[in-house]
Ligand binder design. Structure first.
Ligand SMILES: [Fe+2]
Ligand SMILES: [Fe+2]
Length: 327
């Protein structure tokens, strides 16, 4: 088998080489205390498909995925499906709430900016949760049915295309949050605590990106193969499957902050006051489409998209008085 780890390697090596594999192992339902057992022995004892376990470990520890097609062939899809579901549970029920608790400890909740940071974080959590719940409710049941030989109306690429928040947009939200904390939050008292939370956020981001990358490549390719098998066995006409999607490569290049026009500053001020696009249009005597164009240009210039982020920017840059902000 290609890859860094093999069946006969001691399981403890996997963790001592890369501590991040601790999370991966627990998502497979493997507990610590495996002594000198090999990877194969530990997996067999835990009832985990060894080839899938090794493929995931090698996928995560070696970023050069030159052998992705070989990897896909070794995957036992039900095992990978359980792994992804456990990852969702981990993010939603443990990781995201734990970071929120630590964030509250690290920032001064009496300050308006701190409250906006929490609001921003909560919006991010809601976006991730909606995304993962969609996968639990639509993508995974589709694959389970496919494993039973039932082909639905839509293919995996069409189902994942209906996602409310894409992997790229979720990651962009987290990047914005990190930037807002780094650039605008004055960490005078709890600087060490805040740096710790930021480290946690960076680690969670890496974990989340790995999860997304696995879904976009390993998982999706496995499902496409299965779709072809099911379609062939059902003797349905052969369909051309779409080529690999662009993934994260379409992410726009960050541009330097440009100067805001007076109209754009006014739009930011009204957004911070909690007005809708329609209300802003009425207030400024312009069309809603024009407001949307202003908002797109503002987001491009500042690299801030969420209303909570724009509000923080408006306070910090004196565009609005704190008392006029709508929380
Ligand atoms: Fe997912
Ligand atoms: Fe996803």
């Amino acid at each position: 088998m290609t890859g860094r780890y093999h069946e006969t390697d001691p399981m403890s090596d996997v963790i001592s080489d890369d501590y991040r594999m601790l999370q991966m192992i627990s998502r497979f339902g493997i507990t610590l205390g495996f002594g000198d057992q090999t990877v194969a022995e530990t997996c067999t004892k835990a009832g985990v498909n060894t080839a899938t376990f090794l493929t995931v470990v090698n996928f995560l520890t070696d970023t050069n995925h030159a052998h992705i097609n070989e990897m896909v062939e070794r995957i036992d899809l039900p095992t990978l499906l359980r792994y992804l579901e456990n990852s969702h549970t981990y993010f939603i029920e443990y990781r995201l709430p734990a970071i929120r608790r630590r964030l509250i400890q690290a920032i001064d909740m009496r300050s308006q900016i701190a409250m906006l940071i929490i609001k921003f974080y909560d919006e991010y959590v809601a976006e991730v949760t909606r995304h993962m719940q969609f996968e639990n409710a639509h993508v995974h049941p589709y694959v389970s049915a496919l494993l039973q030989g039932h082909m639905g109306q839509q293919r995996i690429s069409e189902i994942t295309g209906q996602h409310e928040g894409s992997h790229t947009s979720i990651d962009r939200s987290l990047t914005e949050l990190k930037n807002i904390i780094i650039k605008y939050y004055p960490s005078d008292q709890n600087a060490a605590l805040l740096s710790d939370v930021l480290m946690d956020i960076y680690m969670m981001e890496e974990d989340f990106l790995n999860h997304c990358h696995m879904e976009d490549t390993l998982f999706t390719q496995c499902v496409r193969l299965l779709e072809e098998e099911v379609a062939t066995s059902a003797r349905s006409p052969e369909e051309e499957m779409p080529l690999e999607e662009g993934g994260n490569t379409g992410a726009s290049k960050k541009e330097q902050e440009e100067t805001l026009s007076e109209r754009e500053r006014e739009v930011i001020r009204l957004v911070a006051m909690g007005l809708s696009n329609k209300e802003i249009a009425d207030r400024m005597f312009i069309a809603v489409n024009t407001v949307m164009t202003h908002r797109r240009n503002i987001s491009r210039k500042l690299d801030i998209h969420a209303a909570a982020g724009l509000t923080i920017y408006a306070i910090v840059n004196g565009i609005i008085n704190v008392e006029d902000v709508k929380l």
